[in-house]
Design a protein around this ligand. Structure first.
Ligand code: NAG
Ligand code: NAG
Length: 273
């Protein structure tokens, strides 16, 4: 019965073009009816996205990108003017009044680290059983770049840190000194990776052994290599003066000699009388 409407609309036109269109329409009828039935069975709300949604309802995106989602209440459910509600991880999204009836869009911009795994759900405000959701999967390489100058004293402890946090996790991290892999044993170095940070520690620094350019490189299985360099200068140990006692001492010496001069001056004046 439902084919009557589009067929009738086409029949109303009589030009040859429309005749051909009608033929095409007839030929594609089985497919058309199939699509129609599918749409009719998913009653209620639908989400359309600016980026592809996979069969599990996941949208793959990256940092700094924009994802816009449009929710529509299905007019076949009989209430096209029903108000729509958006939730982000079960928390209500604040919508403007004009963004609620029949259609409602939300825009995630820019996509942040925190949006990884966030689920956006749309439903009618009047019927909580009829919902549809999409989940964001945000991938990113480690925030690792640039260079740094580091000055440290001989015999002190040097700590260098690299941010290796990424999704998917980095597959490897390496540290080089002047272009060759650091020699942990010979250099008395330790490297600790905890999934977020890679930390190289060098105890009891020696100029000949530890000075040079360190490079930490993390490999992302999705985005390739990221690195940061540290140019380390090892300085001779400086003898630290205890400054406050030194000043106090100088003041005492100054006052004492001043007193001495004053008393001598009195004596001198006495003599001259
Ligand atoms: C809510 O939606 C579901 C699924 O579409 C439907 O079966 C149910 O009757 C609706 N409830 C109300 C109160 O409209
Ligand atoms: C690394 O290279 C610098 C500059 O050429 C050099 O001064 C330093 O001694 C080298 N470091 C090591 C450990 O060989």
């Amino acid at each position: 019965m439902w084919t009557a409407t589009p067929a009738a609309r086409i029949r109303a036109k009589s030009s040859p073009v429309y005749q051909r269109e009608k033929m095409k329409f007839m030929l594609s009828l089985p497919l058309f009816s199939l699509l129609f039935l599918c749409a009719a069975q998913t009653l209620g709300v639908k989400i359309q996205s600016s980026q592809p949604v996979n069969s599990a309802g996941v949208i793959h995106t990256e940092l700094e990108q924009t994802v816009s989602l449009l929710c529509m209440s299905d007019s076949h459910s009989g209430a096209p003017d029903d108000e729509l509600v958006w939730l982000r991880n079960d928390e209500l999204v604040q919508l403007k009044e004009e963004n609620k009836k029949g259609k409602s869009s939300v825009c995630v911009t820019p996509v942040l680290l925190d949006d990884n795994g966030a689920t956006f759900t749309c439903r009618l405000s009047t019927n909580a059983t009829d919902t549809t959701s999409v989940t964001l999967k945000v991938t990113y390489g480690p925030q690792l770049s640039g260079s740094e100058e580091v000055t440290a004293e001989e015999e002190s402890t040097l700590v260098l840190k690299c941010n290796i946090f990424a999704n998917p996790p980095v597959s490897s991290v390496s540290w080089t000194l002047n272009g060759s892999l650091v020699d942990l044993q010979a250099g008395g170095l330790t490297v600790v990776n905890d999934g977020r940070t890679s930390q190289l520690t060098a105890r009891s620094l020696r100029k000949g052994l530890h000075e040079g350019t360190y490079l930490c490189t993390a490999q992302s299985p999705m985005y390739g290599n990221y690195s940061r360099s540290f140019t380390v200068t090892v300085q001779e140990k400086t003898v630290k003066f205890p400054l406050i006692p030194l000043i106090a001492g100088l003041v005492v010496v100054f006052l004492t000699s001043l007193l001495a001069v004053v008393s001598r001056w009195k004596k001198i004046i006495k003599c001259c009388k």
